[in-house]
Design a protein around this ligand. Structure first.
Ligand SMILES: Cc1ncc(COP(=O)(O)O)c(C=O)c1O
Length: 441
């Protein structure tokens, strides 16, 4: 007998999320004693009676107030599914959220949330730089559909955003959401969540934070006043670069509103990826902690290298204000590091990237393997060059997602690639031929 939305059983009270990731929200007796939740690979669910079916639909479509003592029944996997529900229960724990909703991707979590929260003619104010897909959504797609959008630089102080919100109000297009990505992708600069949430609330808007880069272990925006947190669960939560998923977390009231749009837009996650994500969450603490420790070592090493101009890493804030923000809202620096190569343009950066051996040259982040990419020509290629320059995405900038390999191996991989930047092209051909000969032996 499946019961949902019960309060946390007393036996779990006060326990840490990592202790609950293997058990919370699921009882083996629901599934023949299976210790792990099965994959409920079904599109639809049988009702025990026509009366029950009627009641479930009345609750689902808000036609009748739901009886709080009865569990919401299963109807159809676009509305609900046990794997999604158990996963949602577990995801709430890291961020201490009241409610959560899982999506088919980070972008569907972001777009569904914004569409459900911002009426046509009202505005989203967003920090830049921001993930390329979100940038396109905010710069082009939402404005084409009548939603007003205004940007601010990621390092801006709350007063700057306050003034933007006032202008929007005076123009009759009030801000409904202040959208932050902090640390920002790819430059890692941090924005004050608490300060921006205060501005949002002063203007009767909501503060939405994309917490993908830092992940839930080292930053919990709801605790700093944010109203909604979104993740690309493709990254740290999934953690193995083998699924695409998204999450939104917040109050029951907000998530209910977002879930209505999820049902109608059909942007929910499917059961197999939900099951895979549950498996990933069991090791989230271990993986994310290991990536963070490796990133600290790699960042410190990079900062000492003569071929590196600057390291961008939350644990190495470059101004007193960035340090203050870091200390206020982060409990660790995470596993993402970006760096500018010294005296380098695209050619030198590509030579570096083409000589990376252990890490993979690929976009995305937060997986067990290290991934390295070139934001100016890859993840942020759609940002106009002048805008790229203004926000610090130069041809010399490289983004590294640090995985769980041995840190010494990662450092030697980076060291080799740095050395290769200055190898003349003729030498490079010889080196390549030599290594092909070596491999074919
Ligand atoms: C910070 C951030 N937010 C959102 C997304 C979008 O997530 P997804 O690819 O799962 O749709 C990404 C993807 O790289 C990201 O880096």
């Amino acid at each position: 007998m499946r019961k949902k939305r019960h309060p946390m059983p007393p036996k779990y009270e006060g326990m840490h999320p990592e202790s609950l990731m293997m058990s919370y929200g699921y009882v083996p007796a629901w599934s023949e004693g299976s210790v792990k939740p099965p994959i409920f690979q079904t599109s639809t669910f049988a009702f025990q009676s026509a009366e029950e079916g009627k009641e479930f639909f009345q609750w689902a479509y808000g036609l009748k107030e739901k009886d709080p003592d009865k569990p919401m029944g299963l109807i159809y996997s676009r509305l609900n599914n046990p794997d999604l529900e158990i996963l949602e229960e577990r995801l709430k724990l890291w961020d201490e959220a009241e409610e959560s909703a899982v999506f088919s991707s980070g972008m569907s979590a972001i777009s569904t949330s914004l569409l459900s929260l911002v009426p046509i003619g009202e505005a989203v104010v967003f920090s830049r730089p921001i993930y390329g897909g979100t940038d396109l959504l905010l710069e082009t797609i939402l404005p084409e559909r009548g939603i007003v959008t205004r940007e601010f630089r990621a390092r801006s102080e709350p007063e700057v955003v306050d003034a933007i919100c006032q202008e929007l109000k005076d123009a009759g297009t009030p801000a409904r959401v202040i959208f932050l990505e902090t640390p920002a992708n790819p430059t890692m600069c941090m924005t004050d969540i608490e300060g921006m949430a205060e501005v949002a609330h002063r203007h009767e808007a909501l503060c939405l934070v994309d917490n993908t880069f830092m992940g839930p272990l080292y930053q919990q925006p709801l605790k700093h006043g944010a109203d909604l947190v979104v993740y690309s669960a493709t990254k740290y939560l999934g953690g193995h670069s083998d699924l695409v998923a998204g999450v939104a977390l917040g109050s029951c009231e907000l998530i209910e509103q977002v879930k209505l749009y999820r049902t109608i837009l059909g942007t929910m996650l499917e059961p197999f990826s939900a099951w895979l994500l549950m498996r990933s969450l069991e090791t989230a603490k271990l993986r994310i902690t290991c990536s963070r420790k490796n990133a600290e070592k790699v960042a410190a090493w990079l900062a000492e290298q003569p071929r590196i101009e600057k390291v961008h890493f939350p644990g190495m804030p470059d101004t007193p204000r960035q340090k203050e923000i870091y200390e206020k809202q982060c409990t660790g620096p995470g596993g993402m590091v970006a760096f500018d190569l010294k005296d380098a343009g695209e050619k030198e950066a590509f030579r570096f990237l083409n000589n990376i051996k252990l890490a993979k040259l690929a976009v995305s982040l937060g997986g067990t393997e290290s991934l390295v990419e070139h934001p100016a020509t890859m993840t942020h290629a759609d940002v106009p060059v002048e805008e790229q320059e203004a926000i610090g995405i130069t041809p010399a900038l490289v983004r590294l997602s640090v995985g769980i390999e041995h840190p010494d191996d990662l450092i030697s991989c980076l060291s080799y690639a740095l050395e290769q930047i200055d190898v003349e092209e003729d030498d490079e051909v010889e080196t390549t031929v030599a290594s092909v000969d070596e491999e074919s032996k």
